[in-house]
Design a protein around this ligand. Structure first.
Ligand code: CP
Length: 304
């Protein structure tokens, strides 16, 4: 039995197989409509979510399976003090696979150590969000045709944004990847990623503050929200929240085939006027999230 805590839990070969399966699901959804008949997915979400929880549920329903779960800690026995370890042991009696989101880093790993069913990390604090990364990789692979030879701009809250941390871990395994890390001083990438991931693996990267300076060289612009829920005080959040706003004007500096991705939810960091630009693919990205989660559920259940 395998769990998914980090995108690195899948080898490069396994990841390509998963993306190929997701592409086949997109092209031939009928082929998979009963692939999980009689199986159940539990979604245990201790933190708010729209896309991750509902795309997991849509994925299992598309595969012919059923779903159960809770959408907040308040509506589960966590409110009475139950531990994640005890909860997952119980969920293992009710479901065949579980996706868990929790505000504490490492909570999904704790759950996986006590679980008798595959556990998927659906986001653990500011740490990792591997299924968002699978979604991002599928989007890039499907729309660019490759995962190598790309200059990728990561813009916004690089300190707390777990999707950025997961994506960097995943992309350094491909050749010719270069990162442009665009953030204000206070929201720079954590030093463990700069030192232990990028420098240690000799991955080229630059750090700068002005989005306009980076724009012309980018193949992918990955915008992120300033993570309000991880700030220690409201004042700092208010000062940072509108630091970057991608507008149509700024997009004129970009390549004709650059793609704009965003894990969503968006607050202010992409102006809605950008949504009609063919380079803006963040809603398509949300759709890819369903295909890749279908592929992941099928793969983890097969390995069980
Ligand atoms: N991208 C993402 O994780 O969105 P949700 O928080 O809505 O699940």
């Amino acid at each position: 039995m395998r769990h998914l805590m980090s995108p690195l839990d899948l080898s490069v070969e396994e990841l390509y197989d998963l993306l190929a399966l997701a592409n086949d699901i997109e092209q031939n959804p009928g082929k998979y409509a009963h692939a999980c008949d009689g199986q159940k997915l539990a979604t245990c979400f201790y933190e708010p979510s729209t896309r991750t929880r509902l795309s997991f549920e849509a994925a299992m329903l598309n595969l012919g399976g059923s779903v159960l779960g809770f959408a907040s800690a308040d509506s589960s026995s966590a409110a009475k003090g139950e531990s994640v370890s005890d909860t997952i042991r119980v969920i293992s009696c009710y479901a065949d696979i579980c996706a868990i989101r929790h505000p504490k880093e490492g909570a999904a790993l704790v759950a996986s150590s006590k679980s008798s069913i595959p556990v998927i990390n659906a986001g653990d604090g500011g740490h990792q969000h591997p299924t968002q990364t699978l979604t991002d990789l599928l989007t890039i692979y499907s729309l660019k045709g490759r995962l190598n030879g790309l200059t990728i701009g990561l813009c916004g809250d690089l300190k707390f944004g777990r999707t950025v941390h997961s994506l960097i871990h995943a992309l350094i395994r491909y050749s010719g990847i270069r990162f442009v890390l665009i953030s204000p001083e206070e929201l720079k990438i954590p030093s463990y990623i700069r030192e232990d991931v990028l420098k240690r693996n000799n991955v080229p990267f630059t750090e700068l503050e002005r989005l306009e300076d980076a724009m012309p060289e980018l193949d992918i612009l990955y915008m992120t929200r300033v993570q309000k829920e991880r700030f220690f005080n409201e004042e700092d959040y208010v000062r940072m929240k509108d630091f970057y706003i991608l507008t149509k004007d700024k997009l004129t500096l970009a390549k004709e085939d650059m793609l704009v991705l965003h894990p969503l939810p968006r607050v202010n960091e992409i102006s809605v006027e950008v949504d009609d630009d063919p380079r803006a693919v963040y809603f398509k990205q949300a759709q890819y999230g369903v295909y890749v989660r279908m592929a992941l559920i099928l793969t983890l259940l097969k390995w069980r």
